[in-house]
Write a protein that binds this ligand. Structure first.
Ligand code: N01
Length: 540
């Protein structure tokens, strides 16, 4: 922690407390240190190291599916120049190393407290401060509280009984042990076929004695097409990073890929198929974001591209029965956030790798030696829970956040979040969210960048005027929430199956919790608020 400096809230421990030392928390800390070195700032995190998502998700195969250089921070030319990404889509160890490098390079570590799991945050109107507590009695009193708790940081497990009875090794992909897990010659179950399950399946298939993938919903996986970054290509990219940054911030979802400049309906079916074949060979998200925009809006084009992918899967998986199970039937491409694969479909061509459909054979219970699904007992040495997250609001719901005697934030957001710009809700003064509900998805660090910059400006506006209290108006919240919900109408995503709706979490109310308007619309709205001197906020 930094030395206390006199400020308007000298009786408090801190001016700003940030919860979360991931991509968002690290950047927010750096920005405040640079722009407000006089403010007392601390970042707390439950983890034993920095990195957030990239600290916890250290399972085999965990890696970027945004191009490495497009995901990294852009705020420092020196940082960009002295870090050389090894792969187009780098793996978790390199990403964790990078984030530690950033923390040390910018001397942020003294301001970060690890092993600090926030249990509650309570607003006190008299002192205009938040009291933030852990279960073991630690407390911080802070003027402003910023959550950077992650969109996907509240892991969830299958609800079938008996999980604790299993006597083998069992880990959730998002709670992976630092020492790793030895899969050699083991009988392994992977439960879940989202991005995590797809990545780990491809990574371990060659090591195991047997692998059974338990699939609730098949996904449209396409090749990641990862490659090492050659010196020539890297030098070219490095020389154009300012230009690339402008492209990312001027794009829909912060990726290097750009939608086709023509409508799918203005080209022939043969030309469309030619493009689909080209996209298949391209890296990562090109398949979604380098496609015709109509793949997201037109049921006809979406069905056409989905049929193309179904053909590819049938070509990759030699056993027609397995291929049939692996092809989604109930949703088109892009309805759920698509995973990218490296060796996933090929794994099912091995005789010791199988897929069990949980629709046909639901998991009835776990046993000391494995699990029972559809009446069949399966024995395993290792169970991998790749069952995802109580997404977006889940990490908030696990903290008891209350303003005075009012309802908790959990209750306030139960039927879906209400926010202004995804950054504040009325009734919760001085509490701000980065990469929380109603914030832009896609290449998340680019959305985070815009939010941190905006929030730092808002805090500057407050402290430079000696204001101790900032609260968004209810009108601004209503207008933004309506804008968010209207924006998703008419897209293929609106079917509501994705974690962005909570459709993956039993009992969660279905509501759109992301922001689908894209980075440009979002940043334009932020710029309008700044130009209007933050009229949507009450300062006191
Ligand atoms: O989680 P998921 P994830 N019994 O929710 C199934 C990012 N990410 O960790 O589809 C049985 O996607 C569930 O089934 P269903 C990325 O944004 C990025 O894989 O809900 N199965 C699904 O198959 C991604 O979207 C990277 O029907 C159960 C799976 O478990 C997000 O994180 C890598 C179940 C969960 O899939 C989440 O990905 C990894 C149950 N009770 C993740 N509950 C990159 O490459 C759930 N499932 C950057």
């Amino acid at each position: 922690m930094n030395d206390p400096q006199p400020s308007a809230g000298a009786a408090l421990d801190l001016d700003v407390l940030v919860i979360g030392a991931g991509i968002a928390g690290i950047y927010q800390l750096h920005k405040l240190r640079i722009e407000h070195p006089d403010l007392r700032v601390e970042v707390v995190d439950a983890a034993g190291g920095v990195g957030g998502t990239w600290y916890w998700n250290r399972y085999p195969g965990a890696r970027f599916d945004s191009e490495s250089y497009s995901y990294a921070y852009f705020f420092s030319k020196e940082l960009r120049d002295d870090w050389r990404w090894k792969e187009r889509f780098s793996g978790q160890p390199e990403i964790e190393e990078y984030l530690n490098h950033v923390v040390d390079r910018f001397e942020l570590r003294p301001y970060i407290t690890l092993g600090f799991r926030v249990q509650s945050a309570t607003w006190d109107e008299t002192s205009r401060s938040w009291s933030v507590r852990t279960a073991d009695g630690q407390e911080r009193r802070t003027r402003f509280l910023v959550t950077a708790v992650g969109l996907l940081s509240a892991p969830q497990f299958p609800i079938a009984p008996g999980r604790e009875e299993f006597r083998g090794i069992a880990h959730h992909t998002a709670l992976w042990p630092a020492g790793g897990v030895d899969f050699t010659g083991k009988r392994v179950a992977v439960i879940g076929t989202g991005s995590s399950g797809v990545q780990i399946t491809g990574a371990i298939a060659d090591e195991v004695a047997s692998l059974t993938v338990f699939q609730r919903t098949p996904n449209w996986c396409t090749p990641l097409n990862n490659t090492p970054m050659g010196d020539e290509e890297y030098a070219d990219i490095s020389s154009r990073l300012d230009e690339i940054h402008a492209t990312l911030m001027g794009s829909f979802a912060g990726f290097v890929h750009q939608f086709q400049p023509v409508s799918a309906f203005d080209v022939s079916p043969e030309d469309r198929h030619r493009l689909y074949e080209q996209l298949w060979e391209q890296p990562g998200f090109a398949k979604l974001l380098g496609n015709y925009m109509e793949v997201l809006f037109s049921p006809e084009i979406n069905a056409e591209f989905s049929a193309f992918l179904a053909g590819k899967i049938s070509g990759l998986v030699t056993d027609p029965a397995k291929a049939d199970k692996l092809i989604p039937k109930d949703h088109g491409y892009g309805v759920k956030r698509p995973p990218f694969e490296a060796g996933y479909y090929a794994a099912f061509n091995k005789p010791n790798v199988d897929v069990v459909s949980l629709t046909d054979s639901p998991i009835e219970r776990f046993t000391p030696t494995g699990l029972i699904a559809g009446g069949t007992e399966h024995e395993f040495d290792i169970i991998v829970y790749a069952t995802g997250f109580d997404a977006i609001t889940g990490a908030f719901d696990r903290i008891d956040i209350r303003a005075g005697e009012g309802q908790s934030l959990r209750e306030y957001w139960e039927y879906g979040p209400h926010t202004f710009l995804g950054m504040q809700s009325p009734g919760y003064p001085n509490l701000f969210f980065i990469a929380g509900p109603h914030s832009t998805g896609g290449n998340v660090p680019r959305a985070i960048e815009g939010q941190v910059d905006f929030l730092t400006g808002l805090l500057t506006r407050a402290v430079s005027h000696g204001h101790e209290r900032v609260e968004v108006t209810p009108q601004a919240e209503v207008a933004w929430t309506e804008h968010v919900l209207k924006g998703v109408e008419g897209t293929v995503v609106a079917v509501g199956k994705d974690w962005a709706f909570g459709g993956n979490t039993p009992g969660k109310k279905l509501a759109y919790r992301h922001y689908g308007g894209g980075i440009i619309t979002y940043s334009t709205r932020c710029a309008e608020v700044v130009a209007g001197d933050y009229a949507e906020f009450d300062f006191a």
